[in-house]
Design a protein around this ligand. Structure first.
Ligand code: VGL
Ligand code: ZN
Length: 203
């Protein structure tokens, strides 16, 4: 069972959104190439926060990028983004969302962020993705999307820990890069942990 998992391809993470990755639109040629390949199933995640989410700087009257303790865990503060049922949390245009078989939602609890598509940042609650993948007997997971250094990275590391064979499609990912080398370091860490880095053309 070959699974394509597309992470957080949502308006707010792209130019014009509230938390834009300025190079984010560069992934769509690769995403559209992937969508032509014969995956057994295509899954997507949505970052899906309530308006009072604890990761939003504005909810603490603090600056973006500052760190706080949120319910016992260190939390980087982000711009308000991907609020449930807003334009910013909708899938971005530029790819055929009609091909998605199932969507998994994360970051829904205001007291804890969730970078991984599988579990929240305290590994307490599951999105249901792990159980779904086991049920369909998934073996290989091809992961792409936004952002390389957060949601893609933590999804990849959890998928490896769950025992899946994981491919990261590097030209179909872009990062936030709070520090300029963050995405490169994230890819190196994923590879060290056992992920295979490939491009959409190599696939
Ligand atoms: C993400 C930070 C906060 C991501 C989501 O999709 O990588 N990063 N929320
Ligand atoms: Zn978020």
């Amino acid at each position: 069972m070959k699974v394509l998992l597309l992470v957080d391809l949502q308006n707010d993470f792209l130019p014009g959104g509230s938390f834009p990755i300025e190079t984010g639109n560069e992934i769509f040629p690769a995403i559209n190439k992937l969508l032509k390949y014969p995956f057994d199933i295509i899954l997507a995640t949505k970052d899906w926060h309530p308006p009072d989410h604890g990761s939003f700087a504005a909810n603490h009257h603090k600056a973006v990028g500052e760190k706080i303790m949120l319910n016992g865990l260190e939390q980087i503060l982000w711009p308000t983004h991907c609020v449930q049922n807003t334009h910013g949390s909708e899938f971005a245009p530029g790819w055929n969302t009609g091909q998605i078989d199932e969507v998994f939602f994360k970051g829904t609890d205001k007291l804890i962020d969730s970078y991984s598509a599988f579990y929240d940042n305290a590994m307490q609650k599951s999105t249901g993705l792990a159980a779904f993948l086991k049920k369909i007997k998934a073996s290989e997971i091809y992961i792409a999307g936004l952002a390389t250094d957060y949601c893609v990275k933590y999804s990849v590391l959890d998928a490896l820990n769950l025992g899946f064979i994981v491919y990261v499609v590097t030209d179909a990912c872009r990062g936030i890069n709070l520090a300029p080398q963050d995405s490169q370091e994230a890819l190196a860490e994923m590879q060290e942990e056992g992920a295979h880095l490939i491009t959409s053309d190599e696939l």
